[in-house]
Ligand binder design. Structure first.
Ligand SMILES: [Zn+2]
Length: 203
C-alpha cells in the first residue's frame, strides 16, 4: 500500500516536471534563433520536422506549434493551443520586454502590439489569435530599420491635429472631424507631426 502511494506520488511528480519542462519561458523569446532551435531539438517533449534550416516543433502534451520561417531574416511563429497559455506568455512579455507601438493599417485588421527584447528580438502579437511572432536581428532587418521613416502612419488633416499614428484604430484618430490621411514617418515629421502618445502606450 505504502509502496503504491510512493509510486503514484513519484509518477505524479515526474508528470509535473514534464509539463513544466514544456512550458515556454521568457528566455525562449530573448535567445537567438539558433539557440532556440537547439533547445527544442534537445527537448524530448517536442516532435520535430521540416528541414534543419527551417524546422518546426510540436509539443507532445500541449500541442503548441513552433515554426521557423525565413523572410527578411529568421522569424519564429509560436502557435499556442490554449488562450490561457497565450495570455500567460503575453503577460511575461509585457513585464519584461520594451513596448514600442501599436500597429494597424486597416480597420478590418486587429491591432498588433510591438515589443523589443534587450537582445533586439522583435515580438509581435494581437489578441485575435493565440500566436506570437519573433523576428530576429539580421542585416536585412537592420537595413529596413534604417528605412523605418517610410513606415506608413496616419494623420488627421485638421488644424489642431499634431500627432501621427501607427494605429489606424487609435482613439486619438477617432476624434478626427476632418479627413484621415495615410502618410509615412518622414513626411509626417516634415509637417511637424509627432508620434502619438496613445499609439506608443501599452494600454
Ligand atoms: Zn495614436
Amino acid at each position: 500500500m505504502k509502496t503504491t502511494t510512493i509510486w503514484l506520488l513519484t509518477s505524479f511528480l515526474v508528470l509535473c516536471f514534464k509539463v513544466y519542462s514544456q512550458e515556454l519561458n521568457y528566455s525562449d523569446f530573448t535567445s537567438d534563433s539558433e539557440s532556440l532551435k537547439s533547445s527544442f531539438y534537445n527537448n524530448s517533449d517536442y516532435f520535430s520536422g521540416g528541414t534543419s534550416d527551417l524546422p518546426y516543433f510540436q509539443g507532445k502534451h500541449n500541442n503548441s506549434y513552433i515554426k521557423f520561417y525565413k523572410s527578411t531574416g529568421v522569424t519564429v511563429i509560436f502557435d499556442l493551443k490554449s488562450q490561457v497559455e497565450f495570455l500567460k506568455i503575453v503577460r511575461i512579455i509585457q513585464k519584461n520586454a520594451d513596448f514600442r507601438f501599436k500597429y494597424c493599417t486597416d480597420y478590418n485588421e486587429p491591432i498588433v502590439y510591438n515589443y523589443q527584447t534587450n537582445s533586439g528580438n522583435k515580438i509581435r502579437f494581437n489578441f485575435n489569435e493565440p500566436r506570437i511572432s519573433v523576428e530576429y536581428p539580421s542585416k536585412v532587418n537592420s537595413f529596413l530599420d534604417s528605412n523605418s521613416e517610410f513606415t506608413p502612419v496616419f494623420v488627421c488633416i485638421s488644424e489642431g491635429a499634431y500627432a501621427y499614428h501607427t494605429n489606424l484604430r487609435c482613439e486619438g484618430l477617432a476624434n478626427c472631424d476632418a479627413q484621415i490621411a495615410k502618410s509615412n514617418i518622414k513626411e509626417a515629421k516634415k509637417y511637424n507631426y509627432r508620434i502619438c502618445e496613445i499609439c506608443t502606450t501599452e494600454e
